[in-house]
Design a binder for this molecule. Structure first.
Ligand code: UFG
Length: 333
């Protein structure tokens, strides 16, 4: 099969993908500086899969450290998750976001080039779609600008990768635009564990359910949606992880740069998610309606036909599974 390097492989999406990649027969090497994840995750991935993982606590922007990894392992493909990811923080600290996200990508690509590694899968985001586009967002939606520096870093790295592919016809790059990943592994051993006050909806809901926070703030109920609250395309993180395995298989058979949306194609509002969570888990989520959050858009969901047709992948799990698995994970913390 081959050996796959996952940068950011102990993070939320990275750890679930590590499990799927190992279960699909690949060997996994993880590079992660543990700045937003826990040292215990490596052992948890090994417990779930029954296989060993090579782990390096390094900054992916550290060229010498990355060189050592590529010297020690014959890496067949790289899945690049490492990076800063908080939209609001990126508005306050744009330089940190541009520096970190661009540096890590460039260092990684330069190291790959030196070692003749030609396959690259990139964690991009639906945030590259301007809200000026109609929903559902398709991979052909127009580039009409991003709404925050985090989004721009994704946009810029996509552009860098397109140019790298033009310059080297042997390169194989897949850009995966994630919609809203939530949920957790059914084992309850890995999941999302943000430090501090969660920025994202599901970790906030699970912390309210556990009594860590008194209530959820619902950011606006005057959007043009069925109940006035924002609509998103929530996707179970285990389905998202499977999308990476499909992308790996695609990478080995194709050259050039391709972009795919990874979502379910279905939109749910904030209150849809809250009500479903309450119903399937038998817990109450008190909430208060507050002002809109700056930079939020009303509706975001994916056209998922390209991933289905070209990668042969589609999301299998529904919103109820996402709510159950997220709650199981929160209770294990
Ligand atoms: N929301 C609340 N209260 C909260 C948190 C969120 O009402 O405490 C609402 C938001 O207003 C939005 C929805 O819940 O309507 C989802 O918000 P999230 O913060 O969970 O997710 P976003 O859609 O804002 O952002 C996510 C990722 C980004 C990514 C983007 C792509 O966090 O990294 O999807 O569309 F860029």
């Amino acid at each position: 099969m081959g050996k796959i390097l996952l940068t950011g492989g102990t993070g939320f999406i990275g750890s679930h993908t590590a499990v799927k990649v190992i279960e699909s027969g690949y060997d996994v090497v993880i590079a992660d500086d543990l700045s937003n994840s826990d040292a215990s995750v490596k052992g948890r991935i090994e417990r779930i899969t029954g296989k060993g993982v090579s782990f390096y606590q390094v900054d992916v922007a550290d060229s010498a450290a990355m060189e050592e990894i590529f010297d020690a392992h014959e890496i067949d493909a790289v899945i690049h998750f490492a990076g800063y990811k908080a939209v609001g923080e990126s508005v306050v600290r744009p330089l940190a976001y541009y520096r970190n996200n661009l540096d890590t990508a460039l260092t990684l690509l330069e190291t790959m080039q030196r070692h003749g590694c030609k396959s690259f899968i990139f964690s991009s985001s639906a945030t590259v779609y301007s809200p000026a586009n109609d929903v559902p967002f398709t991979e052909e939606s127009e580039d009409l600008g991003c709404t925050n520096p985090y989004g721009w870093t994704k946009f810029m790295i996509e552009q860098i990768l397109k140019d790298v592919c033009k310059a080297d016809p042997e390169m194989s790059v897949v850009l995966l635009r994630y919609f809203n990943p939530i949920g957790a592994h059914a084992s309850g051993l890995i999941g999302e564990n943000p430090s501090g006050v969660p920025n994202n909806l599901m970790p906030y809901i699970t912390q309210v359910a556990q009594g860590i926070r008194p209530h959820l703030n619902v950011f606006g109920d005057d959007y043009p949606t069925h109940d006035g609250t924002g609509v998103r395309d929530y996707i179970h993180v285990v389905d998202l992880a499977a999308g990476h395995v499909a992308a790996l298989e695609y990478c080995t058979a194709h050259k050039g740069c391709e972009v795919f949306n990874l979502g379910t194609g279905q939109g749910y509002s904030v209150l849809d998610l809250v009500k479903t969570f309450e119903r399937v888990n038998g817990v109450e989520i008190p909430y208060e309606i507050t002002d809109r959050r700056a930079g939020d858009i009303a509706v975001s969901y994916a056209d998922v036909s390209k991933a289905r047709e070209v990668l042969g992948w589609k999301a299998e799990k529904g919103i109820e599974d996402m709510c159950r698995d997220a709650w199981r994970w929160q209770q294990s913390l």
